[in-house]
Design a protein around this ligand. Structure first.
Ligand code: NDP
Length: 241
């Protein structure tokens, strides 16, 4: 039977590559997004993947959005928590709003999406929860106290929930990408990229969104049934834990 996968922030950047990767692997995919209608409609037209707009920071919107996806496609058995934002500032200048927005999206968003789906996954005795954290959640990053804290929280969330899901046939894993060549990173000053960023990466290049998508496709597969509570780093050797 075709499995249903739901990817948050699935219409742009790494999320778009994940949605396409899962579709190519045979899943029926739904891509959630927050507000960029133009990018979402373009993605839908190009890929045929349906898009659904709600904020992962809003629990009730997540519950309603998931209900709609399941009415349209069927029960979701693979959840990819990919949606994430940055609001960088040095800590002494960081506002409460910058802290809250990032934690609400990157950490509470993972709770808000996983919680409404958990009961169904338990009942059906199968589920895959895969969250996209970050290298900066592992090592910390200047100017990103909010982001690093939220992404480290995603790792703790995964380790605890994996223990609860194991007997119910649900695996829970987290991926920590390093620098990935999304629009945002490609838009960086070329000199900064070539002289400051890339030299920190032992393999000597940025990662590609498809390389993260392939990690997700593997963790979602039956072949990965013995892997749970795991942190998969994909960072070109930049930070080795
Ligand atoms: P992008 O900024 O390219 O895309 C982010 C996606 O998340 C968009 O689809 C956006 O929707 C969606 N989104 C943002 N806020 C919300 C929200 N509240 N509710 C629902 N969707 C939301 O990000 P990337 O592809 O670069 O990053 C994807 C993930 O990977 C993030 O979690 C990021 O932290 C992580 N990551 C990225 C790295 C990189 O180098 N790029 C490195 C390490 C981790 P919309 O299109 O509507 O704006």
């Amino acid at each position: 039977m075709t499995k249903i996968a739901l990817v948050t922030g699935g219409s742009r950047g790494i999320g778009a590559a994940i949605s396409i990767g899962l579709k190519t692997a045979g899943y029926k995919v739904a891509a959630n997004y927050a507000g960029n209608d133009e990018a979402a409609q373009k993605f839908k037209a190009e890929t045929g993947i349906p898009v659904y707009k709600w904020s992962v920071a809003d629990y009730d919107a997540c519950a309603a959005g998931i209900k709609q996806v399941e009415a349209d496609l069927g029960p979701v058995s693979v959840l990819v928590n990919n949606a994430g934002i940055t609001r960088d500032a040095m800590f002494h200048k960081m506002t409460r709003e910058q802290w809250k927005e990032v934690v609400d999206t990157n950490l509470s968003g993972v709770f808000n999406m996983t919680h409404p789906l958990w009961g169904g996954m338990r009942d059906r005795k199968f589920g895959r929860v895969i969250t996209i954290s970050s290298i900066n959640g592992q090592k910390g990053q200047t100017g990103q106290v909010n982001y690093s804290a939220s992404k480290a929280g995603d790792i703790g969330f995964t380790k605890a929930l994996a223990q609860e899901g194991a007997r119910a046939g649900i695996t829970v894993n987290v991926i920590c990408p390093g620098y990935i060549a999304t629009e945002m990173v490609r838009a960086m000053d070329e000199k900064v990229l070539n002289e400051r960023v890339i030299p920190q990466i032992p393999v000597g290049r940025l990662g590609e969104p498809e390389e993260i998508a392939r990690c997700v496709v593997f963790l979602a597969s039956d072949d990965a049934g013995f892997i749970t509570g795991s942190t998969l780093t994909a960072n070109g050797g930049q930070y080795i834990t």
